[in-house]
Ligand binder design. Sequence first.
Ligand SMILES: C[S@@+](CC[C@H](N)C(=O)[O-])C[C@H]1O[C@@H](n2cnc3c(N)ncnc32)[C@H](O)[C@@H]1O
Length: 197
Amino acid sequence: MREFNLEKILKTVSSKNPFPEEANSFKFLDIEIGAGTGMFALDYSLKNKNRALISVEKTSVKFLKFKNAFKKERRENLFPVHDNGISWSAHHLKKQSVDRFFFLYPNPNPKPGDLNKRFYAMPFMGFVISRLKDSGEIFFATNELFYRDEAITFMTKEWGLRLNHNIIIKKSDNPITLFEKKYLERGQPCYHFSFIK
Ligand SMILES: C[S@@+](CC[C@H](N)C(=O)[O-])C[C@H]1O[C@@H](n2cnc3c(N)ncnc32)[C@H](O)[C@@H]1O
């Protein structure tokens, strides 16, 4: 696997958004990449008031919905960021500073030629792992069995992490994201799995 070219990103892509300094007052720092309209972020931050969650979403329309819901519900520990999660993380995340990363229903990019667009197969994942505390955990969710299986192979064999959780979510379970809600309503199983160092 190629190394993540941090220097190049820092030189060629400027950061639109700063790191929200208030997040530093929490003992735990969690990062969600691809927050969509923020269903998970709003619920998780309500249930985990002692943890800061920075939720990054790059698509303007989705982020606007997230921002509007956030304005109504306000959370002290949630920090929505409208940005590309890769370049924003490159600019702001310090080594061994993150407790949990969430990649929930990332676009699976199923075409064989698009492997390099799946997060676990990107050099960026090496950077994510370098930012994770030794006690930290990386969470994924998907409705695609091929994605789960391939992610497990990459995360354990390529990146040397250990599989910690691996569960199947069914229609009778409460959905944690809007995409999960849609898949469960269609009767599709969903997969939650996570990795530790
Ligand atoms: C399939 S949607 C899932 C949204 C949400 N997590 C859910 O489960 O309802 C994937 C989301 O990831 C966002 N996304 C993809 N790549 C991203 C990146 N590099 N940085 C930030 N957001 C990204 C997309 O804009 C999209 O909103």
